[in-house]
Design a protein around this ligand. Structure first.
Ligand code: SF4
Length: 268
């Protein structure tokens, strides 16, 4: 009987799997050089705080969440405090983050589940985290990566869009995106990968009009040209610390000369 050779599975860009892996890793390195200061943009000091902040961050910005969490964390320092929360009071505190009734419900149920099943502690395993009310794979990976140091890929809207534009995946389903990207980038880099892709999506590679003309990974991106390619016009699309005239993030302290030089080189 003739043997059938199995062709290597095609990549979204038609590159060989090896070429795609090399390009993905190079792109990742470039992004780390561009955003070496990338971190989880939600403020927190404990796994519980991060879990709560991540639940609150659904359908809103991290900046908006960071405005309400100092008081939320002060009023509710433990899982039990959420379990026993006065619904009206908690709703009022988190109202600015939107969908506050559903989020209050999630936080109270989350507190109850943590108290009943985990002795009030946030579990450290993906399979346990995803059983908690209001906690999906994305939230679980944020907590694992940032509060427990366990590498995790966080496929939010920015990550998914960037992974598709970069030709790393052709999938829309977040779990499939996660698995395909996981096969391209070493595990120990997954948390930082999530940060830099999300940073890039928020600052330059926007959903509607990406700033291709000032993009540091333009040469590695099959979607170059999907957005504004004129550098002067693209420069005006940059957001956060890369927006014209914006201060560098406080955590950077004085602008590091190497980073400033790199950004000047990119933006022209
Ligand atoms: S070249 Fe354009 S589409 Fe590609 S990553 Fe950069 S901004 Fe996004």
């Amino acid at each position: 009987m003739p043997t059938q050779e199995t062709a290597p599975s095609p990549t979204p860009t038609g590159e060989t799997p090896l070429a795609l892996t090399r390009r993905a890793r190079r792109t990742y390195r470039e992004l780390v050089e561009t955003y070496p200061y990338a971190i989880c943009e939600l403020d927190f000091t404990t796994p519980l705080e991060l879990l709560v902040a991540t639940v609150l961050s659904a359908q809103t910005t991290d900046v908006g969440v960071n405005k309400v969490t100092p008081e939320v964390f002060r009023r509710y320092p433990t899982a039990r405090a959420y379990a026993e929360a006065d619904r009206a009071e908690l709703e009022e505190l988190i109202r600015p983050t939107g969908f506050y009734r559903a989020k209050t419900d999630s936080l109270i149920k989350l507190g109850q589940a943590l108290v009943e099943r985990y002795d009030g502690q946030v579990p450290e395993r993906l399979k346990d985290l995803v059983t908690l009310p209001g906690v999906g794979r994305k939230t679980a990976n944020v907590v694992l990566g940032n509060a427990f140091g366990v590498p995790g890929i966080t496929v939010d809207t920015h990550f998914g869009r960037l992974a598709r534009r970069l030709g790393w995946t052709g999938e829309d389903d977040p779990v499939k995106v996660e698995h395909e990207v996981a096969a391209l980038i070493p595990r120990k880099e997954w948390t930082m990968l999530s940060h830099v892709l999300i940073y890039h999506g928020r600052r330059l590679c926007h959903a509607r009009k990406p700033a291709c003309g000032v993009c540091p990974i333009a040469a590695l991106c099959p979607a170059y040209g999907e957005g504004e390619t004129d550098p002067a016009k693209a420069r005006r699309l940059a957001k956060y610390e890369l927006a014209e005239g914006a201060p560098w993030p406080e955590r950077l302290g004085a602008t590091p000369s190497g980073l400033a030089a790199r950004w000047a080189e990119v933006t022209g």
